[in-house]
Write a protein that binds this ligand. Structure first.
Ligand SMILES: *Cc1c(COP(=O)(O)O)cnc(C)c1O
Length: 341
């Protein structure tokens, strides 16, 4: 038994999902003739109360396409210093859009309306790049699955309106926020211009993200996806997995959260742990108390077939997910309690 807690991307399709994939009705999606993909896109647009949606192979591509749609070369976007769009998309913001990032020193990957307002370059001051977009992340990845207080997002929208800025949500794990905070996706649809959501993390499909947005801005989405090489053919097989996940695998995220809270609780009682970040969803971030190196700790776990990940600067990360069973959970908690033996 391998207990893989490195990420919620390691899941494999369940039997029910495999069945949905096998039975999918498909066509050529580049001609927009794949009925299952069209159905998934409509379902997500409706769910968020937005005009339209488009399936992408990855979350990075969906975010990068959104940034391209919102900006012109030479402009600047505002994001937290830990943002996925800045740190983990291969430099795509500058490569694809010729845009720079104004990085904000936020709290656990989240920024405030006040910080956004302070970091907008005055549009008539032609020496500095024109600010045109704000990117938020919910839940935050590097911030350890932290969730925004929705009222702060509303305040950020107001600042964006006052300064004519686009507002994009990197919602790779927005499902976790929706479940943890009992929020309504339609509230997100009212606030954001574009939202990217991931189907292959907590929701457990083999691949795929969807960009959901307002009609005017989404007009450019098909062309940009094509330019980025993301036009796909009989992708309905994967869209079917997505529909299945939306129908069957959202509520169960609460179980992942519960397991993460229990892990955080056990960790915080161990001598070898210095600090555990507050755990809000399915990500636990913690630091060791010095005597043991992260490398040794991870290696010791690996000897017991347990995998976790290091995020640099002493941060260790555990992510719970669909394939992390109750049995694995018991074994893992026991291993932590008995560590280092
Ligand atoms: C995983 C993730 C993405 C998308 O990653 P892909 O691997 O390209 O699908 C985007 N944003 C955040 C916050 C993520 O955690």
């Amino acid at each position: 038994m391998i207990i893989d807690l490195r990420s919620d991307t390691v899941t494999k399709p369940t039997k029910g999902m495999m069945q949905a994939i096998l039975e999918a009705e498909v066509g050529d999606d580049v001609y927009k003739e794949d009925p299952t993909t069209n159905r998934l896109e409509k379902k997500l647009a409706d769910m968020f109360g937005m005009d339209t949606a488009l399936f992408f192979p990855t979350g990075s591509m969906a975010n990068q396409a959104a940034i391209k749609m919102h900006t012109q070369p030479g402009e600047q976007l505002i994001a937290d210093k830990w943002a996925h769009v800045y740190n983990y998309e291969g430099g795509g913001v500058s490569f694809n859009s010729g845009v720079s990032c104004k990085l904000i020193d936020g709290h656990r990957g989240m920024i405030t309306a006040e910080q956004v307002a302070e970091n907008i370059n005055p549009p008539d001051f032609y020496h500095s790049p024109l600010t045109s977009l704000v990117c938020l992340e919910n839940t935050t990845n590097k911030g350890g699955g932290a969730c925004y207080d929705f009222s702060e997002i509303e305040k950020i929208r107001k600042v964006c309106n006052d300064h004519n800025l686009g507002l994009h949500l990197d919602g790779a794990r927005v499902w976790n926020a929706l479940v943890a905070k009992k929020e309504d996706p339609k509230d997100y649809g009212k606030i954001f211009d574009t939202v990217s959501v991931c189907l292959s993390k907590g929701l457990g499909t083999p691949m795929g993200s969807v960009l959901i947005g307002k009609k005017e801005i989404m007009q450019k989405a098909m062309r940009i996806r094509k330019v980025l090489g993301g036009g796909m053919r009989q992708i309905g097989f994967m869209a079917a997995a997505g529909i299945y996940a939306l129908d069957n695998q959202i509520e169960r995220l609460a179980e992942d959260h519960k397991k993460a809270f229990e892990i955080a609780e056990v960790l915080s009682q161990q001598q070898f742990v210095k600090k555990v970040e507050p755990t809000e969803t399915n990500i636990v971030i913690f630091y060791l108390a010095g005597e043991i190196s992260e490398e040794k700790f991870m290696n010791d776990l690996l000897q017991k077939n347990i995998k976790i990940s290091a995020m640099g600067q002493g941060k260790l990360r555990i992510v719970t997910h669909l394939d992390y069973t109750n049995e694995m959970h018991e074994t893992f908690l026991e291993t932590l309690t008995e560590y280092p033996t």
